[in-house]
Design a protein around this ligand. Structure first.
Ligand code: NYM
Length: 212
């Protein structure tokens, strides 16, 4: 029992272009860890349920217009409003599988032309993930998948720039997976990486903040 032994949960983030399969894989990882008896929750950003999240959702649906900097800060605020809950979940032993995080914030806004360092600044002090799983897919291939193009940003030229921005964020906590493989193959690779990470965190790896 994780709670009793006092070990913490892992903060695991899935990142990638639109239609790279993050949402399907985070569902699968959730069931997998649940099946193993690990306390686990699946989260996503933007969290569209909060007041800030509703503003973001309207913007993405092209129902409102906002300055690029303003929407960037709203995405960040949407993570800040969940930070303390995130920390208490992790400390009480719950692993969080998070569909998009600060890296999406920086990758999308900098792809639109905002300064890279400016984009990172409001993310500093949020919890640093223990593992970032990057679902790597050629932008052209993602664009062929169903449901593409419905929201703002789902355009091939912008997605190519987003892919380049993601490359600039890549560091030692990241693992890239070829997301053009069949869904079960991707899942198999992710399971192994996630289990490894959960174990490392149980053994006492410290929580830390972005970007340090
Ligand atoms: N997005 C997501 C951002 O531009 N900045 C952020 O901080 C986050 C978390 O929102 N195209 C973009 C990426 C997606 C869009 O995400 C909505 P999703 O996962 O499709 O709901």
């Amino acid at each position: 029992n994780n709670q009793r032994s006092g070990s913490r949960g892992a903060l695991i983030v899935l990142e990638g272009l639109d239609r790279s399969g993050k949402t399907s894989q985070s569902c699968r990882l959730l069931s997998y860890l649940e099946g193993l008896g690990h306390p686990v929750e699946s989260w996503r950003f933007p969290d569209r349920n909060t007041g800030v999240g509703q503003m973001i959702s309207a913007y993405l649906a092209n129902k409102s217009q906002l300055d690029d900097h303003a929407i960037h800060l709203l995405f960040s605020a949407n993570r800040w409003e969940k930070r303390s809950l995130m920390e208490s979940k992790l400390r009480s032993g719950t692993t969080l599988i998070v569909d998009r995080y600060s890296f999406s914030g920086v990758a999308f806004s900098s792809a639109k032309g905002l300064d890279f360092e400016w984009c990172k600044a409001p993310e500093m002090g949020l919890l640093a993930p223990d593992l970032v799983l990057y679902l790597e897919i050629p932008p052209e291939k993602a664009a062929e998948r169903g449901g593409y193009g419905g929201e703002r940003y789902e355009q091939l030229e912008l997605q190519k720039k987003v892919a380049r921005s993601y490359q600039m964020l890549y560091d030692a906590s990241w693992k890239a997976i070829d997301a053009s493989l069949p869904i079960e193959d991707v899942e198999k690779q992710l399971r192994e990486m996630v289990l490894d990470c959960v174990t490392t965190c149980q053994k006492g790896k410290a929580l830390s903040n972005l970007w340090s």
